[in-house]
Design a binder for this molecule. Structure first.
Ligand code: SAM
Length: 256
């Protein structure tokens, strides 16, 4: 039997936005995009779609307290509505500048408003740019890509990772959180089933799940965990380790 109640982990997720009903009434499924329709319900979508989102955020803040250095920049690539930047405000040294980058004007609008409402303390800048075209990273002690590299076209991923590495200071780190494929198709099938079960527990219907899956096809292109690890080592990161894993989701930290 399906347990349709929302789990406590979802309730203590990001601050509530309007309920995500993006795929409830859609008839013809188009490619997923990060326009206003998604941006306005995005925080609800995160809390109900990303396993342990709040714990991942807590871990990132814990690591940022050690890696983000006064007088340097911290980049959040694919900053969306600003949850990660807000989450880091209390734990990161005050002399670190926050730079959020996203290609969705709608996301940045919501982000700007939320940072202002919540009174983000750190000096910060929000930039609208497409990561498929590369990125200019300077004097960075930390770069975050939380569920964003999976949306960058595979053709451009190596170049982007190399640009991030170039812009990081020695001992700086990249935090990568991604949806991943299982290393073997047997696990992949199971992991996807368990993931859809989580979405059902968080109140999504079978139809909503199926429509979103179709919309994300060719838009969200996951690698295997080991493929992500290889890409980071190939670019020249010295140390790479996994700090989070839940079925088809993982968190990786890589140090220059
Ligand atoms: C799943 S969301 C990231 C969630 C966010 N990092 C967080 O933890 O709250 C992915 C974000 O990446 C952005 N994005 C996707 N592809 C992008 C690209 N090529 N260039 C810049 N931003 C991109 C989207 O607009 C969206 O805001």
């Amino acid at each position: 039997m399906i347990n349709a109640t929302i789990e406590p982990s979802a309730l203590c997720g990001p601050p509530p936005s309007a309920e995500d009903v993006v795929f409830r009434e859609v008839q013809a499924v188009a490619d997923f995009n990060f326009g206003e329709k998604v941006a306005s319900v995005f925080d609800d979508m995160l809390g109900r779609s990303v396993p342990f989102y709040q714990e991942i955020q807590r871990m990132i803040a814990e690591m940022a307290a050690d890696f983000a250095i006064d007088g340097t920049n911290l980049y959040d690539l694919g900053c969306s509505t600003g949850n990660t930047l807000l989450n880091l405000d209390a734990s990161v040294a005050k002399g670190v500048k926050f730079i959020g980058i996203d290609y969705s004007e709608a996301m940045l609008r919501h982000c700007r408003q939320k940072l202002a409402e919540r009174g983000l303390q750190h000096d910060h800048e929000l930039i609208c740019a497409d990561l498929n075209h590369g990125v200019c990273i300077q004097n960075a002690s930390m770069v975050l890509m939380v569920l964003t590299l999976q949306f960058v076209r595979p053709l451009y991923r190596d170049t982007l990772i190399e640009a991030i590495l170039r812009g990081l200071n020695e001992n700086g780190c990249l935090i990568l959180v991604e949806k991943v494929l299982g290393e073997d198709s047997v696990f992949n099938r199971l992991f996807i089933k368990y993931y859809y079960d989580l979405k059902k527990r968080h109140g999504y219907t079978e139809m909503e799940i199926a429509k979103k899956r179709e919309a994300l096809e060719n838009v969200l292109v996951p690698y295997k965990l080991l493929e992500n690890r290889e890409m980071l080592l190939r670019a020249g990161f010295r140390y790479v380790d996994v700090f989070f894993k839940w079925y088809n989701f993982c968190g990786i930290i890589a140090v220059k």
